[in-house]
Design a protein around this ligand. Structure first.
Ligand code: SAM
Length: 259
């Protein structure tokens, strides 16, 4: 998937993102909770910041730090501006995570939540290594293989096409980090399952958070009535007391750049 396609999908979701991104925003908060108490920083990046929903918490947690909110989608950054989240200590930069317009070793901390799952892992690890100073810290959380499992399995009952793009598995990310001299201090994979009243509600949430493009070339909304019914029937078999389950496998990592 190209950066332009990602930027377009998130651009379309910019307005609705915050109101529907429950999992994403709670993951970002948990990730910030993993910052070691004694770590201080003067320069940091919120990589793939989206609407900068974490700007206030990041600035409060590190009161002397200057943040760059980096995102490939200008519309997401415009939404951050509309929501009054940009200021002299949290400034926007529209750029791709694999080609940051920043000097080598210029950053003390990289924070990235729910943003790097569609990026070339080797390229982004190389870039993160480049801009971090020696001993600088990376805090990263992202969905990995096993995410949207129920949707994938339901599609498999309808046809043999890939409708949910594969994500890297946690060990593959950990290997990339290690190869790029980003030494893991902490790594945990957490399972988060949400429940929805219907397949329509799931499709809506994915669309309004910009994540629908991961569901591949044919979304539920574009299906013929017959195939949509088949998908619904397959998903209904998974219904639980609280509704239709949708699972995210989220990898949380704290890593230090080796000197
Ligand atoms: C799901 S949102 C997460 C936003 C925010 N970090 C949060 O937790 O709410 C993912 C964001 O990552 C951005 N993104 C995806 N790929 C990117 C890339 N290669 N470079 C920079 N930003 C990227 C998207 O444009 C989108 O705004």
């Amino acid at each position: 998937m190209t950066e332009q396609a990602i930027a377009r999908a998130f651009g379309r979701a910019a307005r609705s993102y915050d109101e529907h991104a429950t999992v994403q925003i709670s993951v970002a908060r948990s990730l910030l909770g993993m910052l070691p108490d004694d770590f201080s920083a003067e320069r940091a990046i919120d990589l793939g910041c989206g609407t900068a929903s974490m700007a206030r918490q990041l600035c409060t947690r590190l009161p002397h730090c200057h943040w760059l909110g980096v995102d490939v989608s200008q519309q997401m950054l415009d939404e951050a501006h509309q929501r009054g989240r940009l200021h002299d200590r949290y400034q926007p930069v529209c750029a791709d995570a694999t080609a940051l317009p920043l000097a080598d070793g210029s950053q003390d901390l990289l924070f990235s939540s729910f943003a790097l799952q569609w990026v070339d892992s080797a390229a982004v690890c190389m870039e993160m290594n480049r801009v971090l100073r020696a001993d600088g810290l990376l805090l990263m959380a992202l969905p990995v293989a096993g995410t949207l499992r129920e949707l994938k399995e339901s599609w498999e009952q309808v046809d043999q096409q890939a409708h949910v793009n594969p994500l890297l598995a946690a060990p593959q990310w950990l290997q990339q980090l290690e190869q790029h001299r980003l030494a893991c201090i902490d790594a945990q994979t957490v399972t988060v399952t949400e429940h929805y009243p219907s397949l329509t509600a799931i499709g809506r949430m994915l669309k309004l958070t910009g994540a629908h493009h991961v569901t591949g070339r044919q979304s539920a909304g574009l299906l013929s009535p017959r195939r949509r019914r088949a998908l619904e029937q397959a998903y209904e078999m998974k219904r639980e007391g609280k509704g239709l389950p949708l699972t995210w496998q989220v990898l949380f990592v704290v890593a230090r750049k080796l000197a």
